[in-house]
Ligand binder design. Structure first.
Ligand code: NDP
Length: 383
């Protein structure tokens, strides 16, 4: 039996992870489950899985969590420090699935355990970059990518030397607006943006998928996970989301990983790593799919991948600035304050105005993140 903590247990990735744990109850002992403020749902999960500890990041939600767990013997804690403490509790595997840079400090605490961290929380790696990869190396941690593209690349690289790689291609569904005109994009609503054609995901990543910032963040994530030159990292639009990414080798061989659009597949590969486990996902039926199509991304209608490539090229703090500005812009779009097309404009404006020194510690990264958010909020006020 292995022990597991799920950070972001009430989210979409949390639900997929716990679904796999539920189907293999004898294999896992659940230690900590966390959420932001969905206290009742968190309590329900903590009771179902017999967790030792449940934590809400938002301290205002702690009384409800305590009430919901009364008499169960499950410890209930609240606040950002408790979140980090929960992530630091020793476990064999931590599933890091908080959304946004809010997941950075707990993810770092999990990494410092020196065990296995399965990372879905891409914003944490994008923001912290070398600060996180250095901690992974320092603590001898195994970092497994949950993101379907990076999980695919990880699988395609298995047993191969990175020095033999010619290029790595991330596939992108193109999101719900991939065929929309610039005029249509300017009028896109939050309800339309969160309706992804292939994947069922949380609101923030769904908007990122619609703007293509998701692919931009993934480009930066890939740059850290698989250290090849930035020019060797490519993006291709593949509307069916069946090929999850590809690695081309110097001899002309290209290896791709295919699978259904269900996050339980990459999550299962992390949970069972280096072995394999069953999932309830229906096998791919390529004959029924008929055809798989590919096209180049359009960086005029969707400037996010250009901005991300530029931020990755600049390095240092710039990916953290890009991520923070994007988080503020996405929240402003979801709450109806700005137009869809303003998200990329705002991110570019913050990147032009704020170029801090490269962070060397977690504290530095969090400071950059806070200031970039402040700059993005200031742009909203003067809109
Ligand atoms: P969701 O919005 O569905 O879930 C987010 C989780 O994080 C919830 O448990 C939420 O708690 C918690 N949370 C939110 N804000 C905070 C905070 N400030 N502090 C602590 N916890 C917080 O997101 P997803 O599951 O879709 O995505 C999670 C991560 O995985 C993201 O980084 C995303 O990019 C990545 N990812 C997601 C994929 C997907 O298919 N969904 C695919 C690949 C990567 P509460 O419920 O209380 O709000």
């Amino acid at each position: 039996m292995r022990s597991i903590s799920v950070l972001g247990a009430t989210g979409s990735i949390g639900a997929s992870t716990l679904d796999l744990v539920r189907r293999n109850r004898d294999a896992w002992r659940v230690v900590a489950l966390t959420a932001n403020c969905q206290a009742e749902e968190l309590a329900r999960l903590a009771i179902e899985f017999g967790a030792e500890l449940a934590v809400v990041a938002d301290e205002a939600c702690l009384p409800l969590l305590r009430d919901s767990l009364a008499g169960t013997g499950i410890e209930a804690l609240g606040g950002p420090i408790a979140l980090v403490e929960a992530a630091a509790r020793p476990v064999d595997l931590t599933l890091a699935a908080i959304v946004g840079c809010a997941g950075l400090a707990p993810t770092m605490a999990a990494i410092e355990q020196g065990r296995v961290v399965a990372l879905a929380n891409k914003e944490a790696l994008v923001s912290a970059g070398e600060v996180m990869t250095a901690a992974v190396a320092r603590h001898g941690t195994t970092l497994l990518p949950v993101d379907s593209e990076h999980n695919a690349i990880f699988q395609c690289l298995s047993g191969n030397d990175l020095g033999n790689v010619r290029s790595i291609t991330l596939t992108a569904s193109g999101g719900p607006f991939r065929d929309w005109s610039a005029e249509q994009l300017a009028a896109a609503t939050p309800a339309q943006a969160v309706k992804h054609p292939n994947w069922d995901m949380g609101a923030k990543i769904s908007v990122d998928s619609a703007t293509m910032f998701n692919k931009g963040l993934e480009l930066i994530e890939a740059h850290h996970l698989f250290p090849v030159a930035l020019e060797q990292l490519r993006i291709i639009v593949h509307p069916q989301s069946v090929v999850h990414s590809m690695v081309e080798y110097r001899d002309g061989s290209t290896l791709a990983q295919l699978g259904p659009s269900d996050m339980r597949v990459p999550i299962a590969s992390c949970l069972a790593y280096p072995a394999r486990m069953d999932t309830p996902c229906a096998p791919l039926d390529l004959a029924a799919l008929g055809e798989l199509t590919f096209r180049a991304p359009d960086e005029v209608r969707f400037p996010a991948t250009r901005l991300a490539r530029e931020a990755a090229g600049a390095g240092g703090a710039m990916p953290a600035v890009l991520n923070a500005a994007n988080e503020i812009a996405v929240a402003a779009f979801l709450s109806g304050h700005i137009a869809f097309t303003r998200i990329a404009v705002m991110v570019e404006q913050v990147l032009e105005r704020y170029a801090p020194a490269p962070p060397v510690s977690l504290g530095d990264v969090l400071a950059v993140d806070a200031e970039a958010r402040a700059q993005a909020r200031a742009l909203l006020e003067f809109a």
